[in-house]
Design a protein around this ligand. Sequence first.
Ligand SMILES: *[C@@H]1O[C@H](CO)[C@@H](O)[C@H](O)[C@H]1NC(C)=O
Length: 148
Amino acid sequence: MTGTLLMSLVSCLISISQASLINRCDLARVLRKEDLDGFEGYSLNDWLCLAFVESNFNISKVNENADGSFDYGIFQINSHYWCNDYRSHSENICHEDCQDLLSPNLLSTISCAKKIVSGAGGMKNWVAWRLHCAGRPLSYWMTGCFLG
Ligand SMILES: *[C@@H]1O[C@H](CO)[C@@H](O)[C@H](O)[C@H]1NC(C)=O
């Protein structure tokens, strides 16, 4: 009895702490639905690698930078240039509230990512993508994903 209660408490806590994580293939499905496959020449593999190196697939990740700006969401989009967080200077090029980039439906963050990748430098705007994904074999990112 006590063991069962403990187990359900533990699994409940685990599911709460992982609520912000999206499964790799689920992410691939959303990205494809939102037309990112081939967008500006980048494949789903590139987008999955980007999401992994930036956030470990954590939709609600927020990280403070040394310059006082913050990075938001699965693609760690920066508040200095792209979204408004109302606490540091922002160009707000995406015309988004930074908090909206944390939405579980990913729509705002994808729309902002499209804007970023459409600019000069493409995905190289993300340093982690350039360091860890660019020019590497990436097809394993889609392994086991059946997009239907
Ligand atoms: C996801 O990011 C949020 C905010 O940075 C953090 O509090 C949470 O622990 C992270 N989730 C996981 C499972 O790492």
